[in-house]
Design a protein. Structure first.
Length: 172
């Protein structure tokens, strides 16, 4: 596990990475163990975005801006209310992360890093998700790895990965 910034905070947190890396699983487990709220950014997508992805059409930035702005508003409201939030969101580009973090200086990113081969295998094994494996290459193509995030290898077992994040963020 590598850390690009030594600061600790109580959140909010965005668990980020390409589709299939385990964002929802990790964010949900973190929320459960740290007494927080789990949110999945996919639940905030409008139906037109989900329809595009289901049809194997990558989203454009114009598709993403209102969605990201809505997520930022949700994070601000919950943060102002004192809730510790763990949001699972791809946040693949720096401009997306900046949009999510607007007026939230305490927001921290947790980047789940893994190889395309490992993640593709995971995606092929899951059922009922609107994001098809064929779009994984487009996600890696636009991925700008963060320089200011907690970086975690998804090759670790889930419990070890989560314990490491909780220790790093002082949430144990």
């Amino acid at each position: 596990m590598t850390v690009a910034t030594p600061s600790k905070s109580a959140g909010p947190f965005v668990v980020m990475g390409v589709s299939g890396c385990g964002k929802s699983t990790v964010a949900n487990e973190l929320a459960s163990l740290a007494g927080g709220i789990f949110l999945d950014a996919d639940d905030f997508h409008p139906e037109k975005n989900k329809a595009k992805m289901t049809a194997s059409i990558p989203l454009t930035d114009e598709d993403r801006w209102p969605w990201l702005d809505g997520l930022n508003r949700e994070l601000k409201v919950r943060n102002a209310g004192g809730e510790r939030v763990f949001l699972a969101c791809s946040a693949l580009r720096e401009v997306y992360r900046s949009r999510l973090a607007a007026e939230l200086p305490e927001l921290r990113f947790i980047y789940l890093k893994g190889s395309a081969e490992l993640i593709l295998g995971r995606m092929r094994g899951r059922e009922g998700h609107f994001m098809p494996p064929v779009l994984l290459a487009s996600q890696f193509a636009i991925l700008e790895e963060p320089t200011d995030a907690i970086v975690v290898s998804i090759e670790m077992p889930l419990d070890e990965l989560v314990r490491g994040i909780l220790a790093e963020t002082n949430l144990l």
